[in-house]
Ligand binder design. Structure first.
Ligand code: BGC
Length: 404
């Protein structure tokens, strides 16, 4: 059984402990979803709030801040307007020990030179566009070819390398940081002035919710995502090969050797891409499979089983040693599972090095190269329309004896 991280305070008196045990029993019986293996001590319990501090300067001297969002259960998310980047996510394990579970850098400079997109907001187009070209209304647009011959993650100065306008907000069940950015017509080759908003909301239900919206003054393509690298055992604590992943997808989009989809929606059944039951990332990653060879591991888009644009459960990940679990929900039709295949001695926060398979990303998205694939769900946005996308990462713990 999966339960949300507990909001229970440590109770000192034996009488109170007795009541607590009863409550836990009720919780296990399904009467209340409140309880889990985590017991937070009073000093871990916080009021929901946002704090701001300096995070360094860009090369031109622009000061960059970092905002810390806290919820009532001691969860903490650090976000910088540079790249709309999530710098840290601190969550308890099943014993209440709080650890940072995303890869990142100690200061703003690290993000300026980053080539891995750690924690960033990605746009105007997440993932690849073949040969950096697409045609809209008979006009061919050319984008930077910043990944071999292809265009990746919005280009050289995509949304991950710009400074967003921050605004602190309170929402009904948590605190929020709203980020806005105006991407000018022809920026990185894309047509239309695109006004983008991405709001990070940390709720008391231990969810990090990202709400995106965008509008344009000229027909364009839009595909936004978030690029956190998770390691549920803790950032820099080895590889994620023991993490168990479940993905609600019967099909995936196979790619060529430059990681561009072939156009096929292939059944996962009988392949190393079948994550319909919880399976350790490492159990098949080294199989002799062309797709795994092309990606140097998992770097593929899964076609989520869903009706339309409803917010639905896309994936669940569980790390058995710490008990941490993550659910990902999205309104998008696809999710990219990327297993940090290109990480190689990247010096991160707290002096830790990040290496191959040191993290996984679950990037909610429309399928890669959709602008060149009329059969894929469309990524075209027209003037007068509104692009919207919601993705939720929900943090939980499970007991030692619980099944994945
Ligand atoms: C892509 C990878 C790429 C990585 C960059 C992922 O979304 O699918 O191919 O190397 O981002 O860190």
């Amino acid at each position: 059984m999966t339960l949300p991280i507990s909001t229970i305070l440590f109770q000192r008196s034996a009488q109170r402990r007795g009541r607590l045990a009863l409550l836990i029993l009720l919780g296990v019986a399904g009467a209340t979803p409140l309880l889990a293996g985590t017991i937070l001590s009073p000093n871990q319990r916080t009021e929901a709030r946002i704090d701001k501090r300096a995070f360094g300067k860009l090369e031109d001297g622009t000061p960059i801040d970092i905002y810390t969002l806290r919820n009532r259960n001691g969860l903490q998310v650090d976000i910088t307007p540079y790249g709309g980047t999530v710098v840290a996510i601190k969550t308890p394990d099943r014993r209440g020990r709080i650890t940072d579970i995303v890869l990142g850098y100690a200061d703003a400079k690290g993000y300026v030179s980053d080539i891995s997109y750690f924690g960033a907001l990605i746009g105007r187009y997440a993932n690849r566009i073949a040969r950096g070209r697409f045609t809209l209304n008979n006009v061919e647009y050319r984008l930077p070819q910043n990944n071999g011959v292809n265009h990746l993650h919005g280009g050289v100065r995509g949304f991950h390398k710009v400074v967003w306008q921050p605004r602190e907000m309170t929402r009904a069940h948590g605190v929020a940081l709203q980020l806005t950015y105006l991407s000018k017509d022809n920026e990185e080759g894309y047509p239309g002035n695109l006004a983008v908003t991405a709001t990070y909301i940390l709720s008391d239900a231990n969810e990090l919710r990202i709400e995106y919206s965008a509008s344009t003054d000229k027909e364009t393509v839009v595909n936004l995502t978030h690029h956190s690298y998770f390691n549920l055992a803790g950032a820099g604590m080895g590889d994620v090969l023991q993490h168990k992943v479940r993905i609600n997808a019967d099909r995936f989009t196979p790619v060529d050797d430059t990681l561009i989809p072939t156009g096929e929606l292939k059944a996962v059944k009988g392949t190393p891409f079948d994550f319909r039951r919880a399976t350790a990332i490492g159990s098949r990653i080294n199989q002799a499979d062309d797709q795994l060879v092309f990606g140097k591991g998992y770097d593929h888009n899964f076609v989520l089983n869903k009706q339309g644009q409803e917010l639905s459960l896309a994936a669940t990940v569980y790390e058995p040693a710490s008990g941490r679990a993550l659910e990902m929900w999205t309104t998008e039709p696809g999710v990219q599972l990327y297993t940090g295949n290109f990480l190689d001695k990247v010096r991160g926060k707290a002096g830790k090095d990040y290496n191959r398979n040191g993290a996984f990303c679950l990037e909610a998205q429309h399928f890669p190269d959709s602008p060149n694939r009329p059969a894929f769900p469309s990524t075209v946005l027209k003037p007068g329309e509104r692009y919207t996308q919601t993705t939720v990462y929900k943090f939980m713990v499970r007991g030692a004896k619980e099944k994945p």
